[in-house]
Design a protein around this ligand. Sequence first.
Ligand code: NAD
Ligand code: TDX
Length: 341
Amino acid sequence: MENLLITGGAGFIGSNFVHHILDRYPDYKVIVYDKLTYAGNLDNLQDVADDRRYSFVRGDICDMGLVEEVVQEHKVDGIVNFAAETHVDRSIVEPGSFIQTDVYGTHVLLEAVRKFSLRRMVHISTDEVYGSVVEGSSVESDNLRPNSPYSASKAGADLMCRAYHVTYGVPVVITRASNNFGAYQYPEKVVPLFITNALDDKPLPLYGDGLNVRDWLYVLDHCEAIDLMLHEGQDGEIYNVGSNNELTNLELTDTILELMGKPQSLIQFVEDRPGHDRRYSLDSAKIRHLGWRPKHAFENALEGTVRWYTENRWWWEKIKSGAYDSYYERQYGTRQVLTGS
Ligand code: NAD
Ligand code: TDX
C-alpha cells in the first residue's frame, strides 16, 4: 500500500492511526477523508499538518461521487474505514445518522474498492455487534445480536463487507475491537469524560449499578492490530481485537480516581442507559496467532492517558464548553441521580 485513504481519520482512533502510519512507514502517503462531525477534530492532526505525505479532504463517506474523485485523484490503493457515528447514547436519541453513515457509508467505500480494484480495505468494527455476553467470550463466527441502534448499524456494515467479499470478491478485512482509551478521545466517552470531570472536581455519572463490564484496550495497541490486518490479514476474514482486561465500570472509575488522587465521593450513580449491554468479552486467539498482542500494560497506559488530558486542557476545554456541553445538557441533563453526592 502506498496511498492510504483513512476515512474518519480526524476522530479518536483514526487520528492515532494516522500518526502511527506516518511514524512507521516513511514511503506511505495518507489521505484523511472526514466529514468533521462534532467528533471530527483537526486539532488531532495539527502536528502532521505540514507533513508532505499527509493530505486532508473534508467529505462524507455517503458521497459516492466525491469518494470516487478522491480515490482517483490520489491514486488510492487501500482504505482504512474509521468513519462512523460512534456514541451509543446518541444512537438511542437519534438513530438515523448511524444507519446512514455506518451502513450506507460503508457500502459506498466497498463500491469504490470494487470499482477501482483497490488492494485492500480494512473496516473497523466493534465487540458490540455480538451483543451482551454473560459468560465466556465471543469468537468471530458467533451470531450477531446487537442491542443498540449503534451496534445494529455496525453489524449492518459488517454484513455488507461480508456480502461484498462473497459476491464480488472485494478484498476487505474486518477488525472487531473492544473499548479503546487514550489521547484525543472525545470527552463523551467514559474514560475522557471521567478524567476531565475529575480534573474539574465535577461528578462522575456512573450508569445503573456500575457493574457493567468492558474490556479496555489502549488505542496504540489497536493501531498495531489494524496495521497488521492491513498488511497480513486474510481477505474476507474477521479478527477480534481484545486485551483480556475486563473491568466493571466501578473498578475502572475507582482506578481513575486513585491515579488522580481524587475522592470516591465524586462518583454519582445515575439512571441506567436503556438496553445497556452487561458485558462484552472477546476471544482474540485468531489475531494473536498472527503475532499481535497488546504491548501496553493497562495501568501504565491509563496513567499516561490521565497525564495527557491533564497536560492538554487546550484540547478538551473548548470541546466541553461548546457544542458538547449543550448537547449533553439537552439529552442527559435530566438523567435521574440515584445516589451519591
Ligand atoms: P470518533 O467518533 O472519535 O470518530 C469518528 C470520525 O468519523 C470523526 O472524525 C467523524 O468526523 C468521522 N465521520 C463521522 N461520520 C462521517 C461521515 N459520514 N463521513 C466521513 N467521516 C465521518 O470514533 P472512534 O472512537 O475513533 O471510532 C472509530 C471507529 O472505530 C468507529 O467505526 C467505531 O465504531 C470503531 N470502534 C471504536 C471503539 C472505541 O472504543 N472508541 C471500539 C471499537 C470500535
Ligand atoms: O457517563 C457515562 N457513564 C457510564 O457509566 C458514560 C458515557 C458511560 N458509562 C458506561 C456505559 C458503558 O458501560 O461506561 C461504559 C463505557 O461507555 P462508553 O464510553 O459510552 O462506551 P461503550 O458504550 O462501551 O462503547 C464504546 O466502545 C465500543 C464506543 O463508544 C464504541 O464506539 C465502541 O464500539
